[in-house]
Design a protein around this ligand. Structure first.
Ligand code: SAM
Length: 300
């Protein structure tokens, strides 16, 4: 019974294995879609930071019957193939990755870009939030270069102290920006998703990625200064002076009768532990495990 412990503690983890999803994150995208109808009427999608691939599985199942649909999934880690999805092992912060995505879309723009990206966490909240947000800004940069006007963008964020800088940044590019918390995301976690609808390219700006241009410089060219203080925008945010902060709508999504991600459930007495749908192909801890197996990690 001990082997079913994680299944009980996290019913989404258990359910993902029963439903054939590679990760429990699938339910986050499904609940976001239920609320915002992100995946209706779209055919070209970029799934950033996609491994092991549960979001790509959701995208593939939703777009399967549509003509000429194209899904490209990008991650630093290799991904086991998914029907209808082109996988690309690459760094989303590198300009070459954008070129590879463009080549795949043969010059057409994407309808939807999503990023569930997360760097390795250190446990130091401020540092983790900073690094996470740099990844979201990199995803936004790439999105500005590939998303069609009116298109949507969703990214995982951590709602830390400086999250309004992120809200303000997104509000410059999109008609509607919402902070959404799917029921499958633990309420004890700072994780949420920024849902950006109605992409509005900045007039006169042809966004391009350049290895020699930092994220700050990229946004500065769009008239947005680092730190979130804008010239000429409605939303003004200034550091530490207690004045106006950029706020966005907050929406909790998923049905109330969906599983509660913070509760422990009683499984059927005959429940057996299910194997994961897809084991990680090249997890960062693989080297350590190999060494442990060979006795090379023995304590002195
Ligand atoms: N959405 C995925 C799913 O449903 O299976 C889960 C994504 S997982 C939480 C976060 C992923 O972000 C990891 O696979 C990691 O390799 C990827 N990642 C982090 N930084 C990246 C980067 N710079 N470029 C590409 N992928 C990155």
């Amino acid at each position: 019974m001990g082997r079913t412990n994680k299944d009980k503690r996290d019913l989404y983890y258990r359910k993902a294995k029963e439903d054939g999803w590679r990760a429990r994150s699938a339910y986050k995208l499904l609940q976001l879609d239920q609320q915002f109808h992100l995946l209706s009427d779209i055919s070209r999608v970029v799934d950033l930071c996609a491994a092991p691939g549960s979001w790509s599985q959701v995208l593939s199942s939703k777009l399967a019957s549509r003509n000429n649909s194209k899904i490209i999934a990008v991650d630093l880690q290799p991904m086991t193939p998914i029907a209808g999805v082109t996988t690309l092992q690459a760094d989303i912060t590198h300009p070459q990755t954008l070129q590879q995505i463009r080549d795949h879309f043969e010059g057409e723009l994407a309808d939807f870009v999503c990023s569930d990206g997360a760097p390795d966490v250190t446990g130091m909240n401020d540092l983790d939030e900073y690094v996470q947000h740099q990844l979201v800004y990199a995803a936004l940069q790439l999105t500005c270069c590939i998303l069609k006007p009116g298109g949507s963008f969703v990214a995982k964020i951590f709602r830390g102290r400086d999250i309004d800088v992120m809200y303000a940044m997104m509000s410059r590019f999109f008609d509607r920006v919402v902070c959404a918390k799917p029921r499958s995301s633990r309420s004890t976690s700072l994780e949420a998703f920024i849902v950006c609808l109605g992409y509005r390219p900045i007039e006169g700006l042809t966004p391009r990625l350049d290895l020699n241009l930092s994220t700050d410089e990229f946004f500065a060219r769009a008239g947005i200064r680092g730190g979130g203080v804008f010239g000429g925008a409605d939303e003004v945010w200034e550091e530490d002076d207690g004045c106006e902060r950029c706020m966005v709508e907050f929406v909790a999504c998923g049905d109330l009768d969906d599983v509660d991600s913070d509760a422990t459930y009683r499984l059927d007495d005959n429940a057996v532990r299910l194997e994961p749908v897809q084991r990680p192909t090249a997890p960062p801890y693989k080297l350590a495990l190999d060494k442990k197996r060979k006795g090379e990690l023995a304590k002195r």
